[in-house]
Design a protein around this ligand. Sequence first.
Ligand code: IPE
Ligand code: IPE
Ligand code: MG
Length: 224
Amino acid sequence: MNPINHVAIIMDGNGRWGLKYKNSRNAGHKAGINTVEKIIKESIRRKIKFLTLYAFSTENWKRPQKEVNYLFNLLETFLKNRIEDLNKQKIKLKVIGFKKFSKKLNKLLRISEKKTLKNKKLQINLALNYGSKIELLYAFKNIIKKNEKINEKNINRYLLTKNIPEPDLLIRTGNTKRLSNFLLWQLAYSEIYFEKKLWPDFTESDYGKILEKFKKTKRNFGNI
Ligand code: IPE
Ligand code: IPE
Ligand code: MG
C-alpha cells in the first residue's frame, strides 16, 4: 500500500457545469466552492498532510474581466467566512503563486497565511496566479543571481513549493487531459488521474475511490 502524503488537484470544469445547469459560468465557480469544502474535509479524514489546489493560473487572466473579478470576489468571501474555522481545524494555508492582486486581497491572503502558519493538521497550498514555467524561470534566475550552483536541490529551494514534498497524486477533474502549466517539475513522478466529472459534481466518494486506487498502484521511480 502506498502512503499518501500530498494530493494536488486541478479543479477544472466549473464553467461548463455552470453553463449546463444555471446558464452562467460564474454559477459554476460558486458551486465549485462546495466541492472544495468536501475535499478538504475528506483529506483531513484520510490524514493527508498536503493538499494543493489549482485555483487560478497565470494564463487565467486572459478570461473576461467579469469572470476574473467574480473569481477573486469568491475567494475573498471564502477566506473572510472560513479562515477562522479552518484555523480552528488546525489547517495551514499557503499561497503558491505571485501575489499581485488587489491591495485588499493581498492583505487578506497575508493575514490568512500568518494566522494559520503554525497549524499542523493539513497544509492547503492554494495555487493562485500560479504558472510552472514562470516559477522555474524565477528559480533559475535567482540561483544565478546568488551565484549558487544549478542543481536539483537548489532548484527545489528556489521554487514556490520550497519545503513542500512532491505530490504523490495529481487529480484533474473536468474530462481534460493536460497539465495546463501546473507543477511541471514537481509532478515528475506523481501518479496522475484524470476524472471525467466536472469539479462541482466531484464528491468525497469519487475522491476516495481515486485514493484507494492510488494506494494499490505500483510506483517504480525508475526501478522495477
Ligand atoms: C476551473 O474551471 C476553475 C478555474 C480555472 C478558475 P473552469 O472555469 O476552467 O471550467 P471550464 O473548464 O471552463 O468548464
Ligand atoms: C487550469 O484550468 C487552471 C485551473 C484549474 C485553475 P484551465 O481551464 O485554465 O485550463 P485550460 O486553459 O483549459 O488548459
Ligand atoms: Mg477549464
